[in-house]
Design a protein around this ligand. Structure first.
Ligand code: SAM
Length: 507
């Protein structure tokens, strides 16, 4: 059998030295403990590494809604969640009920993470929860979070301190526990008011009555760090009217002070670009390279999981001429099942064809070098990449159980003697909260089945107003059939080419 020269392999072989990695944070959540974890202001990227490590060890996560929604969306579904979020106007959970549920779960020997928006000790009643649990004999650990009080102004381009203009800052509540608006502090301080939007009119009137000039810059930052972030700027004279006109939504904070105009520095906040909803658990590089600053909304609609029992007959697979590995989860599943069968890389005699750079990397971690690799990440090029060696060959395509991929048939049509499928992992649908469509411009689909999962999950999505960013022709065809306003096949265009095109398309 003639073996073709490796195709494209030189450009994409992963480096022999792995990328440097920080050691894992020393986090060990024990049964019966409660970890109070700060979620940050909403963007999962602003959750700390220690916070993430604690979450991944939890049996149960008791969470707020504020700041936590997008983190909950990407947690492995096997982790139990209890939503104790207080919905404005309809507070379902009293503080006592939250403390009682934390206590009950800890006493039941669960590893409990109490996930709270921002930092647990900044207007979060975190200390009350900690003291209550400690008094009942439950050990409590704390992982601080990035408070919206800091991240909110920063992401709106507002420096809370400035050597000349703002020598201190104060974080205050817009209303104290009796509903009163606080006293006005010295003029050189930047004021960051949390929970102040409903009291804004009164707050601003008091600031002016007590001597703050009406020309003092002010800003309202809403849903900071999330794909729905908005910033309204003005002065004490007009910020209330501007915020009302813009119908700002909770959660929002009010910033007042010389730097609140956002022009006291060189940092320009992220422009409000339409977000991209990622329906896959991973963010493939093909997608990341094309984001161009658009925020990502994580809404994985499916997840891969190990098979219940060992897969097919390895003897047959390992005497094939080629094994085609079409995706990173297929590579992981193949390696997992190989190990489960008591084998390792030494048993893999067939040639390997991998689709996509990340697949090549997963195989390389097990010392398996792909003989050919299809760099655009789609199935279309496999036959061409294998070339003459395909003729008369026995091929095994590894993938998800129940896959309906047409790849084996295409390989036979291109000259293979036989092409079998072997399941090495399963895929299951997972529920995901519907995104806020007005802030979304595109939905990313890694496969045709992802388009179907979305149609089933969110039947009322305004697809005609959305772009579908697809990997490969079949996903693109499925998205067009589903009625998307525009369909882009990411694999068919290079990032450099598509950048300009999309800027135009998104206007
Ligand atoms: C009960 S306090 C909790 C604060 C939280 N512990 C923290 O450190 O950010 C809730 C208030 O925080 C502010 N807030 C929280 N997340 C926000 C965000 N992403 N954007 C703007 N304001 C936010 C709002 O003023 C909201 O009313």
């Amino acid at each position: 059998l003639a073996i073709s020269t490796p195709v494209h392999l030189m450009q994409i072989l992963p480096p022999l030295d792995p990328a440097p990695q920080l050691p894992d944070p020393p986090v060990l959540v024990r049964p019966g403990e409660v970890w109070l974890v700060g979620a940050g202001p909403g963007d999962p990227g602003l959750l700390t590494r220690a916070g993430m490590a604690a979450l991944l060890q939890a049996d149960v996560v008791v969470h707020d809604r504020l700041g936590c929604e997008d983190i909950i969306a990407i947690l492995p579904p096997a982790i139990r969640r209890i939503d104790v979020g207080k919905v404005p106007g309809a507070s379902r959970w009293t503080q006592e009920a939250i403390e009682a549920v934390l206590l009950a779960e800890a006493r039941d020997g669960q590893r409990v993470v109490r996930l709270k928006g921002g930092d647990p000790f900044v207007f979060g009643r975190g200390m009350e929860e900690a003291l209550h649990l400690e008094a009942a004999g439950v050990p409590v650990r704390l992982v601080p979070g990035v408070s919206s009080a800091l991240a909110g102004p920063a992401l709106a381009g507002i420096a809370v301190t400035h050597r000349d203009m703002a020598r201190a800052f104060r974080v205050a509540t817009g209303r104290d526990r009796h509903g009163d608006v606080p006293e006005v502090p010295p003029e050189e301080e930047t004021l960051v008011y949390l929970m102040g939007v409903s009291a804004m009119e009164e707050l601003v009137a008091r600031l002016v009555a007590q001597g703050r000039p009406e020309t003092t810059p002010a800003a309202v930052v809403s849903r900071a760090s999330t794909y729905r972030q908005t910033v309204v700027r003005g002065t004490l004279a007009d910020i209330v009217a501007r915020a009302r006109a813009a119908a700002v939504e909770a959660p929002s904070l009010l910033v007042v002070g010389a730097t609140a105009g956002g022009d006291a520095g060189v940092y320009t906040p992220r422009p409000a670009l339409p977000a991209v909803v990622a329906t896959s658990a991973r963010l493939p590089r093909l997608l990341v390279a094309r984001l161009g600053g658009r925020p990502v909304v994580h809404r994985p609609l499916a997840e891969s999981a190990p098979l219940d029992g060992p897969p097919a007959d390895w003897a047959g697979v390992l005497t094939a001429d080629w094994i085609v590995v079409p995706s990173p989860p297929a590579a992981e599943g193949f390696l997992r099942e190989l190990r489960r069968s008591g084998r390792d890389a030494r048993a893999v005699r067939p040639r390997l064809a991998a689709i996509g750079e990340e697949t090549v990397e997963v195989l390389a971690r097990a010392c398996l070098s792909a003989d050919v690799a299809v760099v655009d990440g789609t199935q279309g090029g496999v036959a061409a990449a294998i070339g003459a060696a395909l003729v008369g060959a026995h091929i095994v395509v590894v993938g998800a159980a129940g896959s309906t991929s047409t790849l084996p048939a295409r390989l036979v049509a291109a000259g293979a003697a036989r092409a079998d499928r072997m399941a090495v992992y399963t895929r299951r649908a997972r529920p995901a909260a519907e995104p806020h469509w007005p802030a979304v411009g595109a939905v990313f689909f890694a496969s045709p089945s992802a388009v179907e999962l979305m149609a089933a999950a969110w039947p009322a999505a305004p697809v005609a107003t959305l772009e579908a960013w697809c990997v490969g022709e079949s996903a693109a065809r499925r998205a067009a059939e589903a009625g998307f306003g525009a369909v882009v096949d990411l694999a068919a265009t290079t990032p450099a080419d598509t950048q300009g095109e999309w800027e135009v398309a998104l206007g």
